[in-house]
Unconditional design. Structure first.
Length: 72
């Protein structure tokens, strides 16, 4: 796999984070054929669900600060 941030090529079987710069690789941005980090279809499903939950948490945290506070 090639890191999307620094271009370093690494083996994703040890994790989806780049060992050089620490950038996380997203399952959404990499096809399974070029990745190989998942040992089974269940592991692939687990990673995809974990990514979606993390994205949902980030978007929930980000939207809370966008609303102006009403002070009356």
């Amino acid at each position: 796999m090639i890191c999307p941030r620094c271009g370093y090529e690494f083996e994703p079987a040890n994790g989806l984070s780049c060992p050089r710069c620490g950038a996380p690789a997203s399952c959404a941005g990499v096809s399974c054929a070029e990745c190989g980090a998942c040992s089974s279809p269940f592991e692939r499903l687990r990673r995809q669900i974990a990514e979606r939950l993390a994205d949902a948490r980030r978007s929930d945290d980000g939207s809370a600060g966008d609303e102006p506070a009403n002070e009356s």
